[in-house]
Ligand binder design. Sequence first.
Ligand code: SF4
Ligand code: SF4
Ligand code: FES
Length: 506
Amino acid sequence: MAGIEIPHFCWHPDLPVDGNCRMCLVEIEKMPKLQIACNTVVSDGMVVRTTSEKAVQAHRTTLEFLLVNHPIDCPVCDQAGECYLQDQYMEHGLHDSKIQPEEKVRKRKVVDLGPIMLDAERCVLCSRCLRFEANVTGTNSFEFVNRGDHMQISTFENRPITHNYAGNLADVCPVGALLSHDFRFKMRVWFLEATDSVCPGCSTGCNIFIDHRDGEAQRLRPRRNVEVNKSWMCDIGRKEYKEIALDTRVTAARVRGTSGWEGASVPTALDTLADRLREAGTASAFLATPQATNEDLFAFRTLAEKVGGMLDFRVGDPQDKVRVLEDSVLLRADRNPNTQGCLDQGLGRTGVKEILAACAAGKVGALVLQGPELLRSAEALDALGRVPFVAVMATREEPLLDRAHLVLPAAMWAEVDGTFTNYQRRVQRIRRAFAAPGSATPRWQMAAGVSTRLGTPLPAATARDVFALLARAVPDYAGLDFKTVGAGGRGLPAGPEQIATQEARA
Ligand code: SF4
Ligand code: SF4
Ligand code: FES
């Protein structure tokens, strides 16, 4: 907190203190022996020396002790570049080892624990993994076996880790003893660039880093936010990056002509959409998606209001969601990152049932879908068949897109700037990490493009501008901008829908 670095292995901001590694020794005036900083409470007038000769010597000695039996296989270790042992050796150790390689105690290597690989030789016995399992997931998979220099970390009978938070074990392990199977041998970490973002996997909105190289996401890591996810994220969310690089991404627009699909540029496709909306007028309907950012929703809502069509965002029976996997750690049944944003912007006004009834009755001349969810609904099939023009913004190719007449390529969450509002009603920033493939475009830009063609351009050139408009239009967002939302997000007072949800969960 004071910006003074104290070397450590076992201390972690979101785990109980254990004080076992002795790396954080400091000299405290009036105390004869060095004390561990992680378990010493600061008191008024206390004089602490973190870089005195005695403290520095203690750091060096502790490090030498920890490295006695360490295999030093940095050249083939995936932790290299983000390893506390490496970093602290370079910063505080710099001693010559007195141990010959053949004298080292050998322990188990390459133990497959499912999503995690264990190398017991690299372990510094810090117990972070034990404490994570004991205090966060309550699963207690790990134990220390044997004693003395033969002590090592193990799961009971080498059983694999089966909970949904295994990736955090690789994150909490300060060395290369626990490594992610998914990221193993994929990339040296110093090639990666990290962009702050928010996981789109559910309505919790865990804060994350997108680690990427050459325009491709390589992994997601939790970014600490004590108000939302502390230092954790779930394994379902961790895999979200795989969706971005799929070769089935929609990368170009297409319009259905008399002889089937015809490729089109995005501006031409938007011309077509604007023409059809102009013809349909109030006999049009708009269905937003809770996968979209607040900026996307605002531009979409503005377009719907300009045209005068019906508008909603809910797809499917909310009761179904109760049966979807959720847990008491982070993962929520609502797998949309921005349901709260939809509610806050008043998008649930018409009702999907009413929209489908109007479609079935032949009263809808043009239907615009901000996401493909409705196309996947079996109940909507007949109603959609009665609509002469269905436009959909999609990120991924799927056969169901053939139910539409116009497909627009949408950029994904890692390719856009914007905000999501999580279930706590916390507005959080997502940032563009790299360019979208082909002509995929942010959804707000496409909606704004249609508004321009209909004669009412949205006065916004960037997502930041759209958010500023939103903040002027939605009272609870008043005074917010990208800067005030900041890296940690901004909590809003609980709204009625959110209170109802919280009560239902309680
Ligand atoms: S495996 Fe990693 S986190 Fe677990 S005790 Fe060893 S060094 Fe610490
Ligand atoms: S809990 Fe939700 S938001 Fe957090 S990582 Fe998992 S899917 Fe993503
Ligand atoms: S960090 Fe203080 S003893 Fe490990």
